[in-house]
Design a protein around this ligand. Structure first.
Ligand code: AMP
Length: 407
């Protein structure tokens, strides 16, 4: 039997298929730009006899079509990885927002779906896409158990002093306005891998997820005690197209003096800010190239981006009262040596010393970039949210949940 992992975004579906007892996926893929004319499906097969990547340029009009396409690819005769969709016993879904009620991996019932829908106002860009993915998966794999794993769940251990905003209490009680934090599946996964590598179950870690979205977490003994994103994934670090933390008065100014609407402000801060606003690019590969060509905008952007991370490292070292390791992960964290070097530069006060030569090496897997004399390790740990979800599903199966016996 197999576990299918679905990561369904507003306009994309990422997926991986795992045998029930293995961490090695048999295939993975991405359906992107759903609803647009230039949709694309990339499907990778990892069977020993057929290792291949398939690219299909075809319009994918909605999530249902995308899911049908991927289900078809799993059983397509020439490249089949399974014979029958009924071999999928479990479908694990990444869900961005679980609020305060959905804090554990959960079997999806009508009640769970209602709770995910109730969180639409807090996650308008994400939760509707997840619900679509879940509902289509229920139709396509009717015998499978559907499980949701939440990106906010890891941060539910935050103490109240870290998750409350200093605004009237009723906004928390009536509207749920508080810090939730995101990328939790990734932070938990890389923190777990780092603790295992360090052989230290009580390690004090700062995990730094730098991808399209960027966030940090302070993790003590596997429990998250603070994180940089807030009510939404807009707060904290400078990101590809998001501003990160900004004085709220900037919004009031733009609204009152410049007549910006709420919709325009949402677009401005989420889609037109961050590295894109500073350089005209949102992919760090382009900005890094410009940096090395001495482009002043790229220089400033890298400084801003890494300075913000340094400030969080200082804050989280204080919150943890110590630091055993920094853990870099995700697209930028795993690949961008320049960003890591700038973050770790002049950080001796925290016991952070990066080995410049090791930092430049392109190796796979967990890497230790610390220089001799560094009391805090500087690690790169590749994230794998799909594997993390598959493991959670497997644990639920192993615990013998009655609904999962057949999977
Ligand atoms: P993610 O959200 O983890 O998939 O990260 C995506 C981002 O990682 C891209 O937008 C790039 O900015 C960045 N990225 C990917 N590969 C590299 C690389 N080799 N060097 C620098 N940045 C990279």
């Amino acid at each position: 039997m197999y576990i299918l992992i679905i990561n369904s975004g507003s306009s994309s579906i990422k997926y991986q298929l795992f045998p029930r007892d293995s961490d090695q996926p048999v295939c993975s893929g991405l359906v992107e730009r759903i609803g647009q004319d230039n949709s694309q499906v990339t499907h990778e097969i990892f069977r020993a006899d057929v290792a291949q990547t398939l690219k299909l340029d075809q319009r994918v009009k909605d999530h249902e079509t995308g899911m049908q396409l991927l289900a078809g690819l799993l059983t397509r005769k020439d490249i089949a990885v399974i014979a029958d969709p009924a071999q999928i016993g479990t479908v694990g879904h990444r869900v961005v927002h679980g609020g305060e009620t959905l804090t554990e991996p959960t079997i999806i019932t009508a009640d769970v779906k209602a709770k995910i829908k109730a969180l639409y106002p807090l996650a308008p860009l994400h939760n509707p896409g997840h619900i679509k993915g879940i509902e289509v998966a229920e139709k396509l794999f009717p015998t499978a158990t559907q499980i949701a794993v939440f990106d906010t769940a890891f941060h539910q251990t935050l103490p109240e002093k870290a998750f409350r905003y200093a605004i009237p209490d009723k906004f928390y009680r009536e509207d749920g306005i508080r810090v939730y934090g995101f990328h939790g599946i990734s932070h938990q996964y890389v923190a777990g891998a780092a603790m295992t590598w360090l052989k230290n179950p009580v390690a004090k870690l700062i995990t730094i997820h730098l991808g399209n979205g960027c966030s940090m977490a302070a993790v003590s003994g596997g429990r998250c005690i603070d994180t940089s994103m807030g009510l939404t994934p807009l707060d904290g670090l400078v990101m590809g197209t998001r501003s990160g933390a900004i004085d709220p008065s900037v919004l009031l100014y733009l609204q009152q003096q410049k007549g910006y609407t709420a919709e325009q402000l949402t677009k401005l801060l989420n889609k037109q800010s961050g590295m894109l606003a500073l350089t005209g690019h949102n992919d760090m590969r382009d900005i890094s190239r410009l940096y090395h060509e001495n482009d002043p905008a790229a220089k400033l952007a890298y400084e801003l981006y890494t300075y913000r991370i340094k400030k969080f490292i200082g804050a989280y070292t204080a919150a943890l009262n110590g630091l055993d390791a920094l853990v870099f992960t995700a697209g930028v964290g795993e690949n961008d040596a320049l960003a890591r070097e700038l973050v770790c530069r002049d950080m001796e006060v925290f016991g952070i010393h990066i080995d410049i030569a090791k930092n430049q090496l392109r190796e796979k897997g967990l890497r230790d970039l610390s220089a001799g004399g560094s009391s805090a390790r500087v690690l790169v740990v590749p994230t794998n949210e799909e594997l993390a979800i598959a493991r959670v599903c497997r644990t639920l199966v192993a615990e013998g949940h009655p609904n999962l016996e057949s999977s």
